[in-house]
Design a protein around this ligand. Structure first.
Ligand SMILES: Cc1cc2nc3c(=O)[nH]c(=O)nc-3n(C[C@H](O)[C@H](O)[C@H](O)COP(=O)(O)OP(=O)(O)OC[C@H]3O[C@@H](n4cnc5c(N)ncnc54)[C@H](O)[C@@H]3O)c2cc1C
Length: 350
């Protein structure tokens, strides 16, 4: 591919920097548009060169290849972070960090997005996977999704919630993953008790607007948002609006979510089986099993950690190891939740 000279295009980028797994070799091209105009230019250039971009958001559910295809364009919407209030609706661009939704909710005096606090990743990736925390899903209050269809790049399309095919870790965007790029989402708010103008003054929003994204590395990411919470000294009581967020911190820190690089749960649960994957894995004594520098978490059988310098190949070996063990003992192969991107000479499927 000849070189491009476009705003929002970075070259020679270690993909590990864009991934909570901290795994991924050097990509020749990474598109990081900050606006729909920059996105349109990047997509036009890719289209002209016959390149199908690989989309991602916050990289918290991706396994990037050790040797990326040098002709590939990795395109992230993580820097598209605008938001606006329209009546009782919050309209956000797809790069809005999920945790910022909780901060915005706090600014508005509502608890609609408490579940998203400390959930790594962006709204685009959250919509794609219908991200959830206990019984709350991102689709609960979602009204519309705005996306670009690369097959019909004539403009931005809108899909209402009912047409999004949301289910457990499912959406219609997974069936159209190489063509539909989510650019924004609209949420219906339960109530509005503060003015939008007060949101625009939130220091967290000002920082984001100036391009200061929350860190990708999990320990720093956690510190960033836990620090925000700790700064709210005056609101410590059980009935404070921030109490639910403190519970989230306790839960996620207690489960060691931020101790090692990971993508969270590797496999989707299969509810027809009756037990979560982690529990089933425990019965097969899979915790602690290691391949190279990747390890099944000693505290959760559905998490594979990068314990320092792991390769994508190590994680893939462990994924196959778990799938083989489940197939032999339970008669089914768990479906990965993590999105594995194949590299120049690496194949994920056997
Ligand atoms: C410590 C930890 C804890 C986690 N806990 C949870 C949890 O409690 N619940 C949960 O549901 N998940 C959890 N996850 C997984 C992950 O954070 C979510 O799936 C999140 O929604 C992924 O968002 P992302 O922006 O990082 O997506 P990415 O990882 O960047 O991408 C994931 C998929 O979404 C697609 N995608 C991303 N952005 C777009 C876009 N703009 N348009 C089209 N497609 C797009 C990508 O193509 C890819 O297929 C956890 C992960 C970690 C590391």
């Amino acid at each position: 591919m000849t070189s491009w000279n476009l705003t929002g295009l970075r070259t020679e980028q270690a993909l590990s920097r864009y991934s909570t797994y901290e795994i991924g070799g050097e990509a020749r091209f990474v598109g990081t548009p900050r606006s729909q105009e920059q996105l349109r230019e990047l997509l036009e250039q890719a289209y002209r060169r016959g390149i199908e971009p690989t989309f991602f958001g916050g990289g918290s559910n991706m396994l990037f290849p050790d040797r990326p295809d040098p002709d590939a364009l990795f395109l992230t919407t993580r820097e598209m972070v605008d938001f606006k209030l329209e009546g009782d609706r919050l309209v956000v661009s797809s790069g809005m960090p999920m945790s910022m939704l909780a901060v915005i909710g706090y600014g508005l005096g509502i608890s609609d997005f408490d579940f998203a606090f400390l959930l790594p990743g962006t709204v685009g990736g959250g919509v794609y996977m219908n991200a959830k925390y206990f019984d709350r899903h991102i689709s609960d209050t979602l009204v519309n999704v705005h996306y670009v269809d690369l097959q019909r790049p004539s403009g931005i399309q809108t899909l209402g919630r009912e047409a999004c095919g949301f289910g457990y870790k499912q959406s219609v965007f997974q069936d159209n993953s190489s063509n539909w790029l989510i650019v924004g989402a609209e949420f219906k708010l339960s109530s509005i008790s503060r003015e939008a103008v007060s949101l625009l003054a939130l220091p967290e929003w000002i920082a984001l607007r100036e391009g200061k994204l929350p860190p990708t590395r999990l320990p720093e990411f956690a510190l960033h948002f836990i620090g925000w919470l700790e700064d709210k000294e005056g609101e410590k009581g059980e009935d404070s609006a921030l109490a639910p967020l403190r519970k989230v911190v306790q839960d996620r820190v207690g489960k060691m979510h931020f101790t090692y690089p990971s993508c969270g749960s590797v496999f989707k649960n299969d509810y027809t089986v009756g037990e979560p994957i982690g529990k089933l894995a425990d019965r097969l004594h899979l915790r602690g099993v290691q391949r190279g520098n990747a390890r099944i978490s000693p505290v959760h059988g559905n998490v594979i950690q990068n314990i320092g310098g792991a390769k994508a190949a190590d994680v893939i070996e462990l994924i196959h190891h778990v799938q083989d063990a489940f197939d032999r003992h339970y008669g089914f192969v768990p479906e990965p939740e993590v999105v594995v991107i194949e590299g120049k000479s690496s194949s994920y499927r056997r």
